[in-house]
Design a protein. Structure first.
Length: 291
């Protein structure tokens, strides 16, 4: 947590490292072991650090690879909640890694990618042919693009309205045939042009924590219907949506609106393997939709 090479290069939040070291020192002092000067020196250095508005979080994948994200310390910043990683994104990524053959050699569109955790984990572990990250808020798209670069991927040029960013982290690796094609798309569910949908043509659509506001549910369902309509005789995409059920009324409204639109759905059983540390949320649900 403190001296791992990833954490030295991309430090976790100052407050977190301070709390972690304080607790570690307490546990160490409760034993009869010799004091470790290194721990006290580290804590002294962190106590003098100023809190930053951004931090890094590092997630280790079962493959031995890792996902490194730059994200906001605050849950809400810049007028959006999209600059942090939410539990449903971790849940969806764990399910994807356990069912990686669903994504292998296929085109995946993620709606509301946020800062990119789920998509980067899938790109590194599930071998998709193409992965399309999408969001709408300019600050989120900027942070998303930075995190994609940070993890060694280079988005296709001209795929987002954001200004291209220099990679600030992991050395950029050269593109090879084993890496998926990565696209970043600015996508407004309410008024997406048909040409943009024709260009996307996903085999699979995924989303995490996009069912949190009753006002966007109709736009989300409309977006899914449009994606199905432009498939030109091909099978509609498979759709998987993970949600943390904070307000049961909003979640049930989503299900009712799906029924009204004639979209069948089923609850996917909980995956068995916990990979990523997070607040234990017993109320994370994964739906598969049939367009």
């Amino acid at each position: 947590t403190v001296l791992h090479p990833l954490c030295v290069k991309y430090p976790p939040p100052t407050k977190y490292r301070r709390c972690f070291l304080t607790e570690l020192i307490k546990k160490h002092e409760s034993t009869a072991a010799e004091p470790l000067d290194e721990l006290y020196e580290l804590l002294a250095g962190i106590l003098n650090e100023e809190e930053c508005t951004h931090c890094y979080k590092n997630y280790l994948l079962p493959t031995g690879d890792s996902v490194t994200l730059s994200e906001s310390v605050a849950i809400v910043s810049g007028g959006t909640t999209g600059l942090v990683t939410w539990d449903a994104a971790l849940h969806l990524a764990e399910w994807a890694l356990e069912n990686n053959t669903i994504f292998t050699s296929r085109t995946v569109l993620e709606l509301g990618s946020g800062i990119g955790f789920t998509g980067i984990a899938i790109c590194k572990s599930c071998n998709p042919k193409t992965y399309i990250f999408s969001d709408y808020h300019p600050s989120v798209l900027k942070q998303l693009t930075e995190n994609i670069h940070l993890n060694g991927f280079v988005p296709e040029p001209g795929t987002t309205h954001c200004t291209p960013l220099k990679s600030q982290g992991l050395e950029r690796e050269s593109r090879n045939d084993q890496k998926p094609k990565v696209v970043v798309a600015e996508l407004d569910w309410g008024c997406v042009p048909e040409k943009q949908l024709l260009d996307l043509q996903p085999d699979i659509v995924v989303a995490a924590d996009v069912v949190y506001d009753p006002e966007i549910i109709s736009a989300l369902i409309g977006m899914l219907q449009k994606l199905s309509a432009v498939r030109a005789g091909r099978n509609p995409p498979e759709v998987f949506i993970a949600s943390t059920i904070r307000n049961p009324d909003t979640y049930h409204l989503f299900q009712a609106q799906l029924d009204k639109a004639g979209i069948r759905w089923q609850i996917i059983p909980t995956h068995t393997t916990r990979i990523f540390p997070c607040d234990m949320q017993p109320n994370v649900s994964l739906l598969q939709l049939f367009l």
